[in-house]
Design a binder for this molecule. Structure first.
Ligand code: THU
Length: 145
């Protein structure tokens, strides 16, 4: 991995792969791991955690973001998501929005399989014209009227 994608990305990949190996996905049998790098350069990982009440399950991205927030991180500089199977494990719609909260349009989102990174996107590519924190900072206020 290090030769092809660099040490930074290799560490992100290894963290996500380790989290995937610990995923709790007995219903879908589709383990997913995610790792984010925060503004301090620290890595935080998460995995999907399913539930017998299916809709209660959470995605790997949500776990990684929760770990980042709990550790004091507030910005995602890179995120990597990994899953098995031949098809790209791109983040679901809700997770694109979760990432949006802490990332910039140009923030890279790397999608990996067991063998390594398959494709890289920007957040803007996966969630164009998104709604985010800036929308609320600039919100119309009745006191401005
Ligand atoms: N899943 C994730 O954790 N992240 C994704 O980006 C796509 C889907 C999980 C949710 C569920 O536990 C399983 O994969 C099958 O949908």
């Amino acid at each position: 991995m290090t030769d092809t994608i660099g040490a930074d990305l290799a560490a992100l990949f290894e963290a996500a792969a380790a989290a995937k190996s610990l995923a709790y996905a007995p219903y879908s049998n589709f383990p997913v791991g995610a790792a984010v790098r925060d503004e301090h350069g620290r890595l935080h990982a998460g995995c999907n955690v399913e539930n017998a009440a299916y809709p209660v399950g959470t995605c790997a991205e949500a776990g990684a973001i929760a770990a980042m927030i709990a550790a004091g991180g507030r910005a995602i500089t890179t995120i990597l998501i990994t899953g098995n199977g031949p098809i790209l494990v791109t983040p679901c719609g809700a997770c694109r929005q979760r990432i949006r909260e802490f990332a910039e349009p140009e923030t890279p989102i790397h999608i990996a399989g067991p063998e390594g990174i398959r494709r890289s996107f920007t957040l803007e590519a996966l969630l164009p014209e998104s709604f985010g924190p800036d929308n609320l900072k600039l919100r119309y206020s009745h006191s401005d009227a």
